[in-house]
Design a protein around this ligand. Structure first.
Ligand SMILES: Nc1ncnc2c1ncn2[C@@H]1O[C@H](COP(=O)(O)OP(=O)(O)OP(=O)(O)O)[C@@H](O)[C@H]1O
Ligand SMILES: [Mg+2]
Length: 321
């Protein structure tokens, strides 16, 4: 009975190199049935690269990849789909002008009739789409409406329901909430919970700890291609995850930089005020102590002198002291 305890999907000491770029180094993680595993990390951390290995888009340069305890090597995304691994990307592979039900069945349409009379079975597709969406708690007004009329959150939800219907065991979501507002993100998080309740293993990729924390069972943190480790929800607080993601030293460094910037800014502001005062004084001198605006005739002279004085002053003030 080892098959029942083996994780649905697991990588052991996986590395991925793109030429001299180390996108991933020595990563181990797994996802079990009925859990949400969150993959967290900043831009360029390697999150998409890792899930592309799961999805059959990339092959690992090193390490082992196991599906339900058996080592596999996917040659293409089709292999991954065949093994029950469904990936939903941020820019969904949906056709906006086609109906919800057409999109639901894209590439696997039910048909009616035979030979030349074979055609898309609209009635059946609509019925199945409506039922499957309802099972996930999604109520679409009309499955004949174009997908383009759905909100971002609803579209993600249809993609999740589709993956569940076509027998996915593992559902991978790459930043499904990144472009969504608070309410829409909430909708998607609810469907992730539904997929978990139906026994799927979910890998949820996000930058956003506030989306990950409420829904996640375990969290793997990636930083520049390396893992900071995997933490069960009970063992780590939201604040600790935020701190790890930001990287303590990097925050400190940023603090110094900002301080330096603010200091430079106040120095620059003081010098600018000084320059303004000098210019004013010069303008007064040229117009014979009169501070009222200079008549049009003499204006160009003042302007030139002012500009020359200005650029000169600024030039000297910005040079190192
Ligand atoms: N096909 C590729 N060729 C060369 N380098 C790549 C390739 N794909 C990814 N990389 C590099 O690998 C690193 C990880 O990229 P990846 O897209 O996995 O990051 P990510 O965590 O998904 O970031 P983001 O949050 O911005 O989506 C980056 O430095 C990236 O430039
Ligand atoms: Mg990415």
């Amino acid at each position: 009975m080892t098959a029942t305890v083996a994780p649905l999907l697991e990588v052991q000491n996986v590395s991925k190199y793109f030429g001299s770029v180390i996108a991933l180094k020595d990563i181990s993680m797994h996802v079990n049935a009925g859990e949400v595993m969150c993959l967290l990390g900043d831009n360029g951390a390697g999150k998409s690269t890792l899930i592309k290995i799961f999805a059959g888009v990339h092959q690992a340069s090193e390490g082992r990849f196991l599906v339900e305890g058996r080592e596999v090597r996917f040659a293409s995304p089709r292999d991954a789909l065949g093994a029950g691994i469904a990936t939903v990307y941020q820019d969904l592979a949906m056709i906006p002008l086609l109906s919800v039900s057409r999109n639901f069945f894209l590439g696997a349409e039910p048909t009616t009739g035979r030979g030349p009379w074979r055609r898309f079975d609209v009635g059946r597709a609509d019925r199945i789409t409506r039922d499957e969406l309802a099972k996930m708690g999604i109520h679409i007004r009309d499955t004949a409406q174009p997908v383009g009329t759905l909100s971002g959150g609803e579209r993600q939800s249809v993609a999740i329901a589709r993956a569940v219907y076509f027998g996915a065991k593992v559902l991978i979501l790459d930043e499904p909430t990144a472009a969504l507002g608070v309410k829409e993100a909430g909708i998607v998080l609810r469907y992730i919970a539904q997929a978990r309740a139906r026994g799927l293993g979910v890998i949820f990729i996000t930058h956003n700890v506030h989306h990950a924390y409420p829904i996640g069972d375990r969290f793997t943190l990636l930083n520049r291609g390396r893992s900071y480790g995997t933490f069960a929800k009970g063992d780590v607080s939201r604040e600790e995850i935020v701190a790890m993601m930001a990287g303590g030293e990097e925050l400190e460094e940023l603090g110094h930089e900002l301080e330096e910037f603010a200091r430079g800014d106040s120095v620059a502001a003081a010098r600018l005020a000084e320059t303004a005062r000098e210019l004013e004084a010069e303008a007064r001198a040229v117009s014979g102590g009169d501070t009222t605006p200079v008549p049009a005739g003499s204006h160009s002279t003042v302007g030139r002198q002012g500009a020359a004085a200005g650029s000169d002053t600024i030039g000297t003030t910005t040079s190192p002291d």
